[in-house]
Design a protein around this ligand. Structure first.
Ligand code: OAD
Length: 233
């Protein structure tokens, strides 16, 4: 079965994970060099950890801010943005918190796991953008700690984001998953909506994943090269 050409579809959805940003030098979560190999998420990426030791959790997120601030969108992010410019019904549903899709020019974007570049008052829930590195203040004006506006382990996904993702998937005719291991639910379950609606499905990843079997086309290689080939042919 030859790989589909993106240009032949009207409503394309990209579902992206950490592998999308790997070529920008941002480590993935699992596998060799993965963040959760070096850091125990129970100490750095859940509300319980934050309540126990907010300064330690912030130190970890400040390191992540620094890494991401020094990174640039890669050729893969740029192809995804170009597809949207040419085909305005395109959507990007990302599990990434790095903001690189937006920096590459993507506008129709759902950040399912929130953003490293937003903070939320842990008492009042107010969300604000903060691009400072390290974070200018770890506390809100009200005196409570700010926390990154990220969906940590054990947090629920934001309902509005989930609804926006479902809307995009229901209307899509081509689903391209890029650089995700597909193991984190409920986000990883989302592509199934498009599959049930009869969309053509493509998985882009250098390796097989636990969900590879779900996809009609499994393209093995780095995101930038494979996306370029799906777009240019
Ligand atoms: P993972 O780290 O679980 O998976 C990254 C995937 O990217 C793997 O399947 C790699 O094979 C693949 N990969 C590596 N390099 C690549 C490249 N150059 N091009 C394409 N693919 C490549 O990351 P996610 O699936 O995004 O959540 O993880 C999902 C969620 O788990 C994250 O959003 C994060 C994490 O815990 C939270 O922090 C709540």
């Amino acid at each position: 079965m030859s790989a589909p050409r993106i240009r032949e579809f009207r409503r394309v959805v990209f579902f992206t994970g950490a592998g999308m940003s790997a070529e920008s030098g941002i480590p993935t979560y699992r596998g060799a060099g993965g963040i959760w190999k070096e850091y125990d998420w129970e100490e750095y990426a859940c509300q319980r950890a934050f309540q126990r030791d907010p300064e330690k959790v912030w130190d970890f997120h400040d390191v992540r801010r620094k890494t991401v601030a020094a990174a640039e969108p890669n050729a893969g992010h740029r192809v995804v943005a170009e597809v949207e410019r040419a085909q305005p019904d395109t959507w990007v549903l990302t599990q990434n918190i790095d903001g690189l899709h937006r920096r590459a020019g993507t506008k129709n974007l759902v950040e399912l796991h929130g953003s490293l570049w937003r903070v939320r008052c842990d008492r009042e829930g107010k969300v604000t953008e903060d691009l400072s590195v390290p974070i200018a203040s770890r506390r809100c004006a009200c005196g409570a700690y700010l926390r990154p506006d990220i969906v940590w382990f054990e947090d629920a996904l934001n309902r509005a984001s989930l609804a926006a993702a479902e809307r995009a998937l229901e209307g899509c005719d081509l689903l391209v998953s890029v650089g995700t291991s597909g193991v984190v639910y409920p986000a990883a379950q989302l592509p199934v909506i498009a599959m049930k609606r009869g969309a053509v499905t493509v998985e882009v990843n250098p390796e097989d994943t636990p969900v590879s079997e779900l996809y009609q086309h499994r393209l093995r290689g780095p995101a930038s090269a494979i996306l370029a080939s799906l777009w240019e042919v």
